[in-house]
Write a protein that binds this ligand. Sequence first.
Ligand code: KG4
Ligand code: ZN
Length: 353
Amino acid sequence: MLVLGIETTCDETAAAVVRRNEDGRGEILSDIILSQVAEHAPYGGVVPEIAARAHVEVLDRAVARAMIEANVSFSDLDGVAAAAGPGLIGGVIVGLTTAKAIALVAEKPLLAVNHLEAHALTARLTDGTPFPYCLFLASGGHTQILAVLDVGKYVRLGTTVDDAIGEAFDKTAKLLGLGYPGGPEVEREAQRGEPERFILPRPMLGRAEADFSLSGLKTALRMEAEKVAPLTDQDVADLCASFQQAVVDVVTDRLRAGLRLFREQFGGPTALVVAGGVAVNQSIRRALNRVAIGEGTVLVAPPPNLCTDNGAMIAWAGCERLALGMTDTLDVSPRARWPLDGDEWPRRGEKVS
Ligand code: KG4
Ligand code: ZN
């Protein structure tokens, strides 16, 4: 089974071709990512209008390169997948419309993939992880602990009540005058910093439910930074290290709670799986590994380039859905909001509002 996957929900224009073999294992034949980081960097964050225009300008090229590198033609494909949301609506429209056009002309099934589902299923592409597993999805827009029970079956065990973890990293970086995206900058600074110099809160610690709250941490960090301003290089490094340590402590405690909730409701998970851009962070990965072992399971962490947004995860989610006959019609609508669980999943054929 060969599927082309298109990702345009945020600031990466990505296209990839993935093969799913009969034994259910996946193989990435090509994986093209054209990042817009340089275009958004002067603004310190993603500008939706710039993102949409940039997707229009380069998506055709990304698709062509993905097809050439995989050495396949449109007629070889078994399906065309695109992220149909959630995300910045301009970009989502560009990707989904392109996928619809290719599907229509090549007479192939369309797969309208939920971007979060694609993150959730990546561990099955990289490691063949069987259901059910516990997923920690931590990106710039999402912080969720989910029970992944089957393709299309997700139960949310915990979420953030305010900022996403990646957003907290990005805001911390901005506050300290570091570049965008902030996560990698804060991680780099933290390596030469003293994590115990600044006392920062660990919100939600010890609670039975598995929710997060991160905005208080950000406010506390700002107050500490104001106390020692003007900041030296060492102050910045120490603030980053203290912030990252607080996040690690919170993640450790919240994931323990999440795994306990999982066990109560669904029995033991096959693994703790991590996904999303924040999953690139080495300190967070190490902490999650300790949590997984402590709770009697294993950590599955896809390689960094498959944790951040990419086309291969969309193509793979398309493969998984196509194998189950879960295809979409050409009137499926792009969606800015599309939670993985709850009433809104799945709702098809809506008009864009
Ligand atoms: O999944 P992703 O590529 O895009 C979405 O948000 O969907 O995640 C991007 C987020 C950004 O907030 C970025 O700062 C964060 O992931 N991130 C990191 C690291 N690398 C990327 N956060 C902490 N440490 C990192 N090394
Ligand atoms: Zn993402």
